[in-house]
Design a protein around this ligand. Structure first.
Ligand SMILES: NC(=O)c1ccc[n+]([C@@H]2O[C@H](COP(=O)([O-])OP(=O)(O)OC[C@H]3O[C@@H](n4cnc5c(N)ncnc54)[C@H](O)[C@@H]3O)[C@@H](O)[C@H]2O)c1
Length: 276
């Protein structure tokens, strides 16, 4: 088992939730951390906390959907620290809405951040990770990358795509003999701002949806999530499941196969607040 001391780790979406907790846990473990987010206030708070524990930190505003900027950023991080070992493609957004009432632009926005953000980050940093001789790509999908539920088609599509991309990458790195490990993370409900930051199709009440998420679905703290992720990275796990809910769902999906699609809608309907 390898430690994180002296490793250079990059965390996107580090201004809140899982990304913030990850950055701090990495800093505590002796890693040098490059943090970024579009939320500069949240990012500054993370930077401050990292500095308070004496971690070496580089902090930048970065929108993961801006490919050219991301490519440039990767070179800057490599130049700043002299190498890059790990990228945590964590930044993400949520959206709720049935396909019938979801606008194309909403699908595109979710895919842009949640899928293309991960592709941009992986491709931008891959040459640096290979060059480091000890690289790791950690892509954050979701339990919604393991099964679909009504009302989450945009998010489901992006998170399934992240899983497909990441699982292919792991095999390609092994086949090519590149010194890059690859893990796909599938959190269950984590107590973060994700639902409060989320948007929804017209007619739905984002506030009620966020309340339902906070009360009924979010069960694991971001700090615990970060520990589970880093433990999975140390063990080079292909799939990192976070929370008992995620573990239970994985077993259930395996047992039910495609049959889950006739069981889940009733459970989801019970959790969904009525439209405005
Ligand atoms: N919280 C959960 O229950 C849960 C469950 C499964 C998966 N996830 C995934 O975990 C990851 C982290 O989410 P979280 O729960 O910590 O949410 P969060 O909202 O607390 O944090 C997400 C961060 O990403 C940032 N971000 C959003 N769009 C961005 C962009 N275009 N460029 C850069 N940064 C951007 C936000 O500003 C925010 O700081 C996401 O990919 C999310 O989909 C979360």
């Amino acid at each position: 088992m390898q430690g994180f001391a002296g490793k250079v780790a990059v965390v996107t979406g580090a201004g809140s939730g899982i990304g913030q907790a990850l950055a701090i846990e990495l800093g505590r473990s002796g890693a040098l951390v490059a943090i970024s987010d579009v939320d500069t206030e949240g990012l500054a708070a993370t930077e401050q906390r990292l500095k308070a524990i004496g971690a070496h930190v580089k902090s930048d505003r970065l929108n993961v959907t801006e490919r050219e900027t991301f490519l440039q950023y990767a070179d800057e991080v490599a130049e700043h620290f002299g190498k890059v070992n790990q990228i945590y493609n964590n930044a993400g957004i949520a959206f709720t809405g049935d396909i019938e009432i979801t606008q194309f632009k909403d699908f595109e926005r979710v895919m842009d951040v949640d899928f293309w953000g991960v592709v941009n980050g992986t491709k931008a940093f891959l040459p640096h990770l290979i060059a480091s001789g000890d690289g790791h790509v950690v892509n954050v999908s979701s339990v919604f990358g393991l099964f679909s539920v009504p009302g989450q088609a945009a998010y489901n599509s992006a998170k399934f795509a992240v899983r497909g991309f990441t699982e292919a990458l792991r095999q390609e790195m092994a086949l090519a003999g590149h010194p890059v490990k690859v893990s796909c993370v599938h959190p269950g409900g984590i107590k973060t701002a994700i639902a409060r930051n989320a948007s929804a199709a017209e007619g739905l009440d984002p506030e009620a949806l966020a309340k339902t998420f906070d009360k009924k679905l979010a069960s694991t703290t971001p700090e615990k999530a970060a520990q589970v992720i880093l433990d999975g990275v140390r063990k080079n796990k292909a799939r990192i499941l976070i929370g008992n809910d995620a573990k239970m769902f994985e077993v259930l999906i395996r047992a039910l196969g495609a049959g889950y699609q006739s069981v889940f809608p009733k459970a989801v309907a019970r959790l969904t607040p009525p439209a405005k």
